[in-house]
Design a protein around this ligand. Structure first.
Ligand SMILES: Cc1cc2nc3c(=O)[nH]c(=O)nc-3n(C[C@H](O)[C@H](O)[C@H](O)COP(=O)(O)O)c2cc1C
Ligand code: SF4
Length: 436
């Protein structure tokens, strides 16, 4: 359990666990701007993409979606990285997942206009807003029941019931999906987003391909083939949009599964992170394809959530101290930022640190771990968290995320997701879901 009552206690606890936590009391660094493609991000606090699973059946933002983005707009964050948005119906993670297509553009445009208007009124600036373009692959559930479309069979996930071969997407399918990512980027620009993320994280299809060592054909085996989908999708997206529209990716640089089922792991050494391939890939994205901003993450929310979102409670007995998870995320991210100092790297997984997260974020920026601090669950729990950080007031422990995992559980129940502890709408949804 997180018991630290002061930053000194947190740092002492980290030292006991032989973890270096960057930290500084002065968080004013977080209030400085960042420029990407000539576009200004007004401060160094980003809201990470988080699915609310609350769109309309045809993929438009609905009432709770707009309520959530209204809150994010008020929060004071300089970058709002909107949630996973399907590019094809069959790749939706649930029947209410947002879906980018021509018919939905007006609804997305209205949502983005609202975000800008609210933030301008409340904070005096306009945040950048990105769309996360996704195909949920293995986790597709367009009708509410699993309908996986996978890059390759993975015995770690499928155990003794392998997913049938006809659910393995063909090379032709992936070539068409690359084209669709370009179209999605163009649609995102038309819908008023400032950038698009070709999602490559958390084992959804784009991320699974990075570890497709056992897949034959154009998208498996060699480094070149496994990274083809991301490289070609980024190039296609760049070609489809105007020059100041930002093309980026939320990228898993470590999956936490052993070779040959995990990207960013040491081939001979089980679960040890190995940044050789992630660095090589990022070098190509940055130097050859002109990607200047990347949102870095690790792990899988379904199978090893302790890697992906450190917490006091997980769906299984904790295999490690949550601070170890925070430190792993920080260290992997640091290695990327150190290799490419000109790249703007966004860090993840800070919500576990509660009211001390801003100090760690500021310390991490100063020590070169990343340049922008991304917050996921904290943004669900604490509507004005960025304002409280940037004003110097500091985070109120009574409003912070307590990493109870109930928002993720809501998603697993097939419900709409939000903070069960701090937002009565979701307390009620959680009660309903658990009473069934
Ligand atoms: C309910 C829920 C939904 C999420 N949806 C997404 C998503 O759509 N896309 C994504 O890249 N990450 C998603 N995430 C992961 C978060 O963006 C973030 O990486 C994770 O919560 C760890 O950061 P934190 O410690 O600040 O919460 C989701 C997390 C939660 C809890
Ligand atoms: S439900 Fe729990 S884990 Fe999710 S945002 Fe709220 S406090 Fe955090």
């Amino acid at each position: 359990m997180f018991r630290c009552k002061s930053a000194a206690e947190l740092l002492e606890e980290a030292e006991k666990q032989q973890i270096h936590l960057p930290f500084q009391e002065d968080v004013s660094l977080l209030a400085t701007q960042v420029f990407i493609n000539g576009r200004e991000i007004p401060n160094r606090i980003a809201i990470q993409p988080m699915e609310g699973c609350d769109g309309t059946a045809d993929g438009k933002p609905a009432e709770l979606t707009l309520r959530r983005y209204d809150k994010f707009a008020r929060s004071g964050a300089g970058l709002i990285w909107a949630e996973a948005t399907a590019v094809w119906e069959e790749g939706r993670a649930n029947p209410r997942q947002l879906w980018i297509r021509e018919e939905n553009l007006d609804a997305f445009r209205a949502m983005n206009d609202r975000i800008r208007e609210i933030s301008m009124k409340e904070n005096g600036f306009v945040p950048l807003i990105f769309m996360q373009a996704t195909h949920s692959g293995r986790y597709s559930k367009p009708e509410g029941v699993p309908a996986p479309l996978i890059a390759y069979n993975n015995p770690l996930f499928e155990k003794d019931s392998p997913i049938p071969a006809e659910r393995i997407v063909t090379d032709d399918y992936l070539h068409r999906l690359v084209e669709r990512m370009g179209e999605a980027a163009k649609l995102a620009e038309k819908a008023g987003f400032d950038g698009v993320d070709i999602k490559s994280c958390h084992r959804y299809l784009g991320s699974e391909l990075l570890s497709a060592y056992t897949r034959p054909g154009n998208f498996g085996g060699s480094f070149e083939n496994r990274t083809r989908f991301l490289r070609e999708s980024i190039a296609g997206a760049k070609a489809a949009v105007s020059s100041n529209f930002i093309v980026t990716s939320r990228l898993n640089i470590y999956d936490g599964f052993p070779y040959p089922y995990g990207f960013g792991v040491n081939e001979k050494d089980g679960l040890i992170p190995d940044m050789t391939e992630p660095k090589k890939l990022i070098g190509i994205l940055h130097k050859e394809l002109g990607v200047d901003l990347l949102d870095i993450t690790i792990g899988n929310p379904y199978v090893n959530p302790h890697v992906n979102r450190p917490a006091d409670t997980q769906p299984y007995a904790l295999p490690e101290e949550p601070l170890t998870g925070v430190a792993r995320m920080l260290d992997c991210t640091r290695q990327i930022q150190a290799a490419y100092p000109d790249l703007t790297v966004i860090g993840s997984g800070l919500s576990y640190l509660r009211q001390f997260a801003p100090g760690v974020a500021a310390g991490a920026i100063r020590e070169g771990y990343f340049q922008i601090a991304g917050f996921g669950r904290m943004a669900f729990a604490y509507p004005e968290f960025a304002k409280d950080i940037l004003s110097g007031k500091g985070l109120d422990p009574k409003q912070c995320c307590i990493t109870c995992g109930k928002c993720s559980q809501l998603m697993r129940f097939g419900s709409k997701a939000g903070c069960v502890v701090r937002d009565s709408v979701y307390t009620r949804l959680y009660q309903e879901a658990t009473a069934k």
